[in-house]
Design a protein around this ligand. Structure first.
Ligand code: DGT
Ligand code: CA
Ligand code: CA
Length: 580
């Protein structure tokens, strides 16, 4: 139904009229019309078909004609004209949450704005807070609003997009007539950032599913609403596309809308070579009479099988060798969440975490793990209350006491030791020797030159106690680039010194990324997955982002440290100490 679309267009007309300082009555008529259309209990199309638009409170002849026009041609010419006559930056400002027409005009005139970039600069330079009625708080809200818009147009970290998609999917799954529902697109492939969320469902009442979808609480704005397809922007500014397809096409559609586009193109070419046709409706073959017959489409497995392939997992559908591997029967057996026996990067309240050692043990056991490392920061990281050698020894005693009371689960004694600028480690070897596992990482002087940075890390890996290099490039998604470092030299050094490299599972890090993780494992280096959780209740669940990054990097469980049992794990790590 088009109620929300029409209401939002009436509001936009009112906003533009207000920008132009038009008659209050006229402006209010559109606002009242918008409210009244929005609160209708049934599709406005139905009311229009009954010829009863005029009965809606607040809808006079003028607005009725505009509703008819929108239902007929999908736009309102009056609004189009208003948009044409208004400076783009004013229209853009109206889309920023918290900026109304009056503020927009004031900012436009006072700051001589040409674009939103001008507005952002003005806010960052604090040139807004001096203007009439503008406070520091307004400035802050404007910046937040611009960021919201940028996000709506840009990419969202998977850590934000995935839980949102899960909430939407479980809400729709409650509808009794929704039979199948799944994420698709980059979300299903677990890319680290998501352009928009794609969801695919089957139902015998597609229209009902779309209607339910566009009315969910998380929906801020409806972009499109058809019989089998809906598109919305959520309150967080993220676009979500939902498509409802027939059962017979579900597998083909899931395959098509999961992508990647590059993978799809390869599959379609293969189909053509086999005198078949693959599209979102199915896999078809032409009969001798020329009629097309669907020979697969209900499930993805069926589509791949009919093309002569084994099932290719979504995470590696990027046309980076998976088609060839499938053909040769050399697809990797990808690691799964259930293979993970423990978390190998974790902080307690001894440094900058929120929880006690006992709470960590409880959380680890509850997550079904066999072990969990305690890897607090070392002394030179003052802001994180890094532990001195003495404090670390005390912590180890405490861990021993706790472990005595546990069965089937173990806290491992670890540390996330700072790599100092000269490549030496922040704790002395005699305390490192007493630890089960030593993680090394960079937390300072990120701006070193590439050669110096590479040498610094390689020196650290040569320490016989260094077991795992954590978040090796230091990148923070969307806020800090990787530091200058020669990763292939680091990978070689890790292979030589028998040191593992981490996939940090924190969704703002995902460092190593999938492509580098694949390179690393190919060089024979073990991969360790750690959540870097500081708060178990919120962050332990980040493990899946690490595991799915590993899957995107083609990794199998044999290449991952934390699929081992405690005994295997410690034996393999302590090998290095004996050798060097
Ligand atoms: P995103 O949203 O930018 O993170 O990336 P995707 O992969 O989710 O891309 P999206 O949302 O534009 O489209 C979803 C899927 O639909 C995409 O992965 C493959 C399929 N698709 C979209 N456009 C095309 C196209 O032009 N050709 C083919 N073969 N497939 C397409
Ligand atoms: Ca998408
Ligand atoms: Ca999409």
């Amino acid at each position: 139904m088009k109620n929300k679309e029409i209401a939002s267009r009436f509001n936009e007309i009112a906003d533009i009229l207000e920008l132009r300082g038009e008659n209050r009555f006229r402006i209010n008529a559109y606002r009242r019309g918008a409210r009244s259309v929005e609160s209708l209990q049934r599709p406005i199309e139905e009311i229009a078909a009954e010829g009863a638009l005029g009965d809606i409170p607040g809808i006079g002849k003028d607005l009725e004609a505009k509703i008819d026009e929108y239902l007929e041609v999908g736009s309102i010419s009056f609004l189009e004209e208003l948009r044409d006559e208004t400076h783009q930056v004013l229209l853009d400002m109206l889309r920023i949450p918290g900026i109304g027409p009056k503020t927009a005009v004031l900012l436009y005139e006072e700051l001589k704005l040409e674009s939103l970039a001008d507005l952002k600069r003005a806010a960052l330079d604090h040139r807004i807070q001096g203007l009439p009625k503008m406070k520091a708080k307004t400035e802050e809200n404007i910046l937040k609003g611009i960021e919201f818009l940028e996000r709506a147009q840009g990419r969202t970290p998977i850590g934000e997009a995935y839980p949102l998609a899960e909430r939407i999917i479980s809400a729709l799954d409650e509808l009794p007539h929704v039979t199948k529902i799944s994420p698709a697109g980059s979300l299903r492939r677990f890319r680290e950032t998501i352009g928009d969320i794609d969801i695919l469902a089957t139902s015998r009442k597609p229209g009902d599913v779309i209607e339910h979808f566009t009315h969910l609480d998380v929906v801020e704005r409806v972009l499109a609403e058809g019989k089998t397809k809906g598109s919305v922007i959520t309150t967080e500014g993220i676009q979500v596309d939902l498509r409802v397809v027939a059962e017979a096409s579900y597998g083909a559609a899931l395959n098509y809308f999961t992508g990647s586009k590059e993978h799809n193109i390869r599959l379609r070419e293969i189909a053509i070579k086999k005198k078949m046709k693959l599209n979102e409706y199915g896999l078809f073959k032409k009969s001798r009479k020329g009629a097309e017959k669907r020979i697969a489409g209900k499930t993805e497995e069926e589509v791949y099988k009919t093309l002569g392939f084994p099932y290719i997992p979504p995470e590696i559908r990027e046309d980076t060798g998976e088609i060839e591997a499938a053909r040769e029967g050399t697809l990797p057996d990808l690691v799964e969440m259930k293979d993970i026996r423990g978390d190998l990067h974790f902080h307690s309240n001894w440094s900058d975490g929120t929880s006690s050692l006992t709470e960590l043990a409880v959380a680890g056991k509850a997550a079904g793990y066999r072990y969990l490392i305690v890897s607090d920061h070392s002394k030179s990281l003052h802001i994180a209350h890094g532990l001195s050698e003495d404090r670390l020894r005390e912590q180890m005693d405490e861990i021993d006491r706790i472990n005595k009371r546990l069965s089937g689960f173990k806290l491992l004694k670890g540390s996330e030791v700072d790599i100092l600028p000269d490549g030496s480690l922040d704790l002395s070897d005699d305390v490192l020797e007493q630890l089960d596992i030593v993680i090394v990482a960079i937390h300072s002087q990120f701006k070193m030159k590439r050669d110096a940075m590479t040498a610094r890390v390689i020196t650290a890996l040569q320490n016989p106690y260094a077991n795992i290099l954590a978040h090796p490039t230091g990148r923070l998604l969307g806020s800090r680039d990787a530091y200058e470092i020669d990763m292939s030299a680091v990978i070689d050094a890790a292979a030589e010194t028998d040191t593992a490299i981490e996939i940090n599972a924190h969704p703002m890090r995902l460092d190593l990324n999938a492509a580098t993780a694949r390179m690393t494992a190919e060089a024979g280096v073990m991969i360790s997955i750690g959540t870097d959780a500081h708060n178990p209740a919120l962050e332990m669940r980040y493990m899946r982002y690490g595991v799915y990054t590993a899957r995107r990097g083609w990794l199998s469980k044999e290449q991952i440290l934390n699929t081992k049992t405690v005994t295997q794990l410690l034996r393999s790590l302590h090998h290095k100490r004996k050798q060097m």
